[in-house]
Design a protein around this ligand. Structure first.
Ligand SMILES: NC(=O)c1ccc[n+]([C@@H]2O[C@H](COP(=O)([O-])OP(=O)(O)OC[C@H]3O[C@@H](n4cnc5c(N)ncnc54)[C@H](OP(=O)(O)O)[C@@H]3O)[C@@H](O)[C@H]2O)c1
Length: 295
């Protein structure tokens, strides 16, 4: 994945455009977006479960003035545990005076037929992809409301709109994130705070290699083996369409600066096609098409 940028000269006199907090800044979309927004004159606070994973970006982002602030945060720690969201975020707000933009980006995919996924695996999927954005949003809302400005941007997925076979756990979590986004958006717009979701298709990050497979996903006790083989063959072809996540970083900047950001931003041909298809085709035909494309 390329992380080189054109040299845009910006003055880092401490006058940042806005303060952005992004989770999962160590890799993929979070990393490239942190670097991009730093270049564009934003102050970026980026989190990872391991501080050392932010060393490279810290060095790269701060070459022309301090603009990146790394923070260790495991978004899965329970309420009350040392270093949890509810302890870290208020400290960040007081240290940096404000958070203007929250990008709920950290997340992973849990893969396998629903029958092959354990309860605890599903719980963890929801902890990271749904409960963490919920808890993080709760922590920034009051300060954003007091400022009269805020942007909450949830990195959802095309899977938050269309579920495909063997991605049911991940899609469930992203569907839930979509509902959270939708309700919160209406609750907060009277206060100058907007909530949007980005629904990427396939982008070139470590997402695929970081995917977690359900313990019994390929168990011989379950009958999905031949369908999984077909899925894998089709999936190889899909991988040809993966693209550079810098497009998502640019979209995030557009949402930050828009007067009236939209609710949803599908990005990538397959994301747009998925959304349009679900609206124009009868349900049964659409499901048949998705099934044929997937396996
Ligand atoms: N790439 C795609 O094609 C694609 C498509 C649709 C949606 N998305 C969404 O985009 C977001 C970013 O993914 P990516 O593509 O950039 O993948 P990535 O390269 O794997 O990066 C994921 C980031 O999330 C953090 N993370 C993962 N699991 C975590 C956990 N359990 N607790 C806390 N942090 C965790 C990681 O940080 P640490 O490990 O350092 O803590 C890492 O920085 C995700 O929400 C994903 O669902 C990606």
């Amino acid at each position: 994945m390329s992380t080189s940028f054109s040299k845009v000269s910006i003055s880092m006199s401490g006058n940042f455009k806005k303060t952005v907090f992004i989770t999962g800044a160590s890799s993929g979309i979070g990393k490239i977006t942190s670097l991009y927004l730093c270049e564009k004159g934003y102050k970026v606070i980026g989190s990872s479960r391991k501080l050392s994973r932010l060393d490279a970006i810290n060095e790269q982002a701060n070459t022309r003035g301090k603009c990146f602030y790394p923070v260790e945060l495991d978004i899965n720690l329970n309420f009350g545990e040392k270093g949890c969201i509810e302890e870290v975020i208020p400290k960040l707000i007081s240290e940096h005076s404000r958070i203007d933009v929250l990008v709920n980006n950290a997340g992973y995919g849990l893969w396998g037929p629903i029958e092959g996924i354990s309860v605890s695996e599903m719980e963890n999927q929801f902890k990271t992809n749904v409960f963490a954005p919920f808890r993080l949003s709760k922590m920034v809302i009051s300060s954003m409301r007091n400022q009269g400005f805020g942007r909450i941007i949830n990195i959802s997925s095309v899977a938050g709109w269309v579920a495909t076979p063997f991605n049911g756990a991940y899609a469930s979590s992203k569907f839930a994130l979509e509902a959270q986004t939708e309700a919160l958006r209406m609750e907060l717009w009277p206060f100058g705070v907007t909530v949007s979701s980005i629904q990427p298709g396939l982008f070139d990050t470590d997402f695929q290699s970081n995917m977690v497979q359900g313990t019994d996903a390929e168990s011989e006790k379950l009958p999905y083996g031949y369908l999984i083989d077909r899925y894998r063959k089709k999936h190889k072809k899909w991988r040809k369409v993966i693209r550079n996540p810098i497009r998502i970083s640019k979209l995030i900047e557009r949402i930050i600066e828009a007067d009236k950001p939209r609710l949803r931003y599908p990005i990538g041909v397959e994301a747009r096609a998925g959304m349009i298809g679900s609206k124009i085709f009868p349900e049964r035909i659409y499901q048949w098409m998705i099934s044929r494309i997937s396996m």
